[in-house]
Design a protein around this ligand. Sequence first.
Ligand SMILES: [Zn+2]
Length: 412
Amino acid sequence: MTISKVIGKLLKFKELKVIDLAFKKNHTLHIAVKPFKNGCRCPCGRRGKIVRTRPQVRWWRDIPVGDWTVWLMYAPGEILCDTHGRVEEVLPWADRYARVTYRYEYVMLRYSQMMTQKAAAELLRIAASTLSDQLHRCIKRIRSGHRIRGMKTIGIDEISYCKGHKYATLVYDLDRSVVVWVGEGKGRKTIDTFFNTQLSGYQKQQITAGCCDMSAAYIGAITTHCPNAALVLDRFHIVKALNAAVDEVRKEQWREANVADHKALKGLRWLLYRHSSTRSRQDTRTLKALDKGNRRIYRAWRLKDEFERFWNFNARWAAERFLKGWMTSVMRSRLEPMKKFVGTLRNHYEGIVAFIDTGLTNAVAEGLNRIVKIVKNRASGFRNLDAFSDMIYLTVGDVDIPSHIPSKFRTL
Ligand SMILES: [Zn+2]
């Protein structure tokens, strides 16, 4: 066995032959290679003869081995294809325009799914910014030409990035629990771009339900673009608005209270947020004691607790009867923030009651958002949307990106 064969075996090279190698400074290994059986394929897949060799040597970064950073070198030739004439040969180990090999790309993608970019960059012996660029190129190439298919239930939500300074809009396929699109901003323009560029007219008609928060931009976009979709306002966001109203009551009382009363009101904030099912007995006792301590907070809490029942109705008429009764008692409560919340309910009445018919929430989206947030925290903020959306597509996207690398190069 020749030394180049040994090296080829050790490095698990597939589809290529080692011709020469040189150990250079800075732990760099240069390997001159050539395709097996004179590869010589046209991009269309047909074999052809090399008609002209070229002097320009190209370099591809391969996965590091031990201490060594590995570079492959080869001068691609020009071949003659029966159909396409003279073209540059396609190389088996890397994509046409890539500067890294397939197996490097696979390892890079898998590492990036598993760990922080910083750790992945360290293992690949490159700068984090280089990794970010390489990832972007690779993900963009694999996702290019991808079309959204078979979407019936759409979810739209916003997410902050860049340390909370900027917003992006995420579009979900709620049936398959994947992110299908990421766009810059959270306004109508952003979401209109999605509908105008990603879905055909037929696809828009196929959407039967859409779920979003109470933002006018998202509601407007769903009703305009999806004529057959039932609009459902996301339960999570409604509960959040109600909690905010209760908290507003608490804050008012806190401002008016004297020092002695402050003690009694302490620690209530998170307690009031709690769903009744996650409360301990002691918590409930504390809240009930408010009956004598602070009537206004007590009443706000009772109303909030009562509202939980709304989500359990099966029949629309019963849910509506309950909701109307609840809204009336809030209007009599003289709690301004709560009355404002009822105003919101009235404005979005149809979208809220639609939950009873469909049972649809963005809960899937919230679950995905948790993953997105983990990704976000791992990177401790992204500098730009490209870097952030790359990671979203890679971890919760609708395309399994690593599986698009040719299978024989998929080894970690
Ligand atoms: Zn061809």
